[in-house]
Design a binder for this molecule. Sequence first.
Ligand code: AP5
Length: 219
Amino acid sequence: MEIVILLGAPGSGKGTVCSRVAEIAGYRHLSTGDRLRAAIKTGTAVGREAKPYIERGDLVPDEVMIRIVAEAMTAETPDRRRFILDGFPRTEEQARLLQQFLRDQGGSLRAVILLEAPRDVLIARLAGRRVCRDCGATYHVVNIPPKREGRCDACGGDLVQRPDDNEATVRNRLDVYERQTASLIAYYEREVGLQPVDSARPLDVMVSEIRDLILADAS
Ligand code: AP5
């Protein structure tokens, strides 16, 4: 098992970058936000537990999150256990639980990449984000528009705003990131080293830089 961690504030581009980089770098994209939204949609026990936290923009409890991640990773056959983690870990406790899980599995952490962008860029990205109701593809009304307004390029589904992209929840998510997740930067700098990437640049530039970082680190 081998993992790459992509850290960054809400709106820094974690999901967009992962969905483009994972396949070309030979990894599987594992997004905890996507897993939680799928659990809410299908009405599982995890989904019911997570829903109020997500609606407020707060973090879902650590023990729920490590269980989701461990189950998702071990569900893959051993030859496919190479993951880019998007949105996990988010607290030092999650980082420690992940290290323990990797030790138990005989796995390794290849790289930790941090996407950095100013708060005004993050807010503009979240305000303009649209996601496909059917396949989950992500767009931006100005930066990455679909070919046909309101329709997904990939499957033709309706493009909608994520319920947690409203102004009050976005403000809380950014505050929660600064309060609870930013300390992970110091943790990973201390423990394994961390590669910062300026994510306020055009998507293509970021994608090729991150792909090169991962492949250099994984070689
Ligand atoms: P999650 O889904 O992980 O949300 P998030 O961290 O808030 O991140 P986002 O998905 O909002 O942003 P992103 O960085 O992926 O940006 P994107 O690529 O879409 O989590 C949601 C909730 O689940 C949390 O609030 C929490 O409650 C819970 N949760 C999840 N994981 C958890 C955990 N580990 N522990 C506890 N709770 C957890 O890009 C944003 C927009 O910008 C898009 O419109 C995109 O098109 C555009 N864009 C991206 N890159 C560029 C670029 N380079 N140039 C121009 N536009 C760009």
